[in-house]
Design a protein. Structure first.
Ligand code: CMC
Length: 391
């Protein structure tokens, strides 16, 4: 072994070369396969972006149709999986449910682990793109006490996600185009973000050749935490707490700045973005538009804007280059679309799925070695074993 340097949190360590996502944190630039996030969010469909991330090019209409047809043919989830879902208490957090069900899928699709050819890889990718939204919708329906539903294969991918989640048993479900377009945009904005915590997890788990579904399940677990995707739920809970407390944002700002208080301003700060998060800019604008179009008034939107304004003028946040991130305003939109708070991070996972898949595929195609970092040992020197009676 040569000299080992330690970089806690991998702040300055690159783990791979990648052709998928370009991110410039100083200038707030984010591009998928060379296309800027602003243009994709305004023009593309989420399924097109998924194809782009995974295979490297925007699909022709024919290729997109074939891609979606393949996905639709795989959208069935084994009936036995419902028993596993039934075993969870209704109070179970949907992220835990989705992660567990994703792992359980392997038992019913055992061949999905064999990905020695690109064709096998394609099959596994189609399966997870088809079944993951079903599992997410099941998690939501379980939580809200609704019978399970497969949606409608005549609908687009995003529209079908909405139907699978929100269709009531007795009524037909008309997809509101405002809602579908808002969700489409949010999913695109979440679709990839280079080597973030959950994506690195997917690559590391996949590097042992554990298979795509096990890697995605691990990615969901990594995303769950409040420092990562779980921040979107934590933001709304924070804004609600401020509202309940009488709306005094200054008090919470003081808590966030107090180094003896573990409280952080959720939805603020980013490991890489040091001037602004381009996704947050788009989402803030979209929040105003969507709430306007849906006629929703949400008092926490004003609290969020007030907090942002105060933070951007406060030397603590300015000195540390802390800006609103993707999670700061997204929850306000999810809420306006009717998504329960503890499902917000599941929506993030749905959006991130193509990114996880693309990164996993790239890692396998490049035949990357198993992820196995080193350490510097700081424990005891050699000691003689002591019998239990002498301890
Ligand atoms: N509120 C108050 N202080 C903060 C915050 C915050 N949200 N974020 C960072 N700081 C302070 C931190 O205490 C440290 O101060 P000092 O230099 O005095 O010790 C300094 O800013 C640098 O922070 P760090 O924790 O060393 O930075 P990091 O790169 O390790 O962490 C982060 C990045 C996103 C985990 C962190 O900013 C954070 O915890 N933010 C709140 C949670 C959040 O919104 N997460 C979502 C991230 S974006 C997308 C996603 O992954 O979902």
């Amino acid at each position: 072994g040569g000299l080992i340097t330690i970089d806690p949190g991998f702040k300055n360590t690159g783990s791979c070369q990648s052709e998928i996502t370009f991110l410039n944190g100083e200038e707030g630039i984010l591009r998928y396969r060379g296309y800027s996030i602003e243009e994709l969010a305004d023009n593309a469909s989420f399924l097109e972006v998924a194809y782009l991330l995974i295979f490297g090019e925007l699909p022709s209409q024919n290729k997109l149709n074939k891609f979606y047809q393949d996905i639709k043919e795989e959208s069935h989830v084994d009936e036995e999986m419902k028993k596993i879902l039934d075993g969870f208490p209704k109070s179970a957090h949907p992220m835990g449910v989705v992660s567990s069900l994703t792992n359980a899928l392997i038992a019913f699709n055992p061949t999905s682990v064999n990905v020695d050819s690109e064709e096998d890889m394609y099959k596994a990718i189609i399966k997870i793109l088809a079944k993951f939204p079903v599992l997410c919708a099941w998690a939501l329906r379980k939580r809200t006490g609704q019978p399970l539903d497969y949606g409608d294969s005549n609908l687009g991918y995003v529209e079908n996600v909405l139907k699978m989640m929100f269709k009531k048993p007795s009524k037909d479900y008309e997809v509101d185009p405002v809602v579908a377009s808002a969700l489409n945009k949010l999913l695109i904005l979440h679709a990839d973000h280079e080597q973030n915590c959950s994506t690195s997890t997917v690559r590391v788990v996949g590097s042992s050749h554990a298979g795509l579904f096990a890697s995605i399940s691990a990615g969901v677990s990594a995303l769950w935490g409040p420092l990562h995707g779980g921040a979107n739920q934590a933001v709304i809970e924070m804004l609600e707490a401020i509202k309940e407390d009488g709306g005094d944002t200054k008090k919470f700002m003081a808590k966030a700045k107090d180094k003896n208080d573990p409280f952080r301003l959720m939805g603020f700060g980013h490991r890489v973005y040091k001037n602004f998060d381009p996704r947050a800019k788009i989402i803030k604008k979209s929040a105003d538009e969507v709430l306007g179009k849906l006629g929703v008034e949400d008092p926490v939107l004003d609290i969020a804007k007030g907090l942002e304004k105060e933070a951007l003028e406060d030397s603590y946040f300015v000195d540390r280059k802390l800006y609103p991130n993707v999670d700061f305003y997204s929850g306000i939109i999810y809420r306006a679309l009717g998504v329960p708070t503890d499902m917000f991070t599941v929506m993030f996972a749905l959006g991130r799925l193509p990114g996880w898949i693309a990164q996993w595929r790239e890692m396998r195609l490049r035949k990357e070695p198993i992820g196995r970092p080193r350490q510097i040992y700081t424990g005891e020197n050699h000691r003689a074993y002591k019998d239990i009676s002498n301890r």
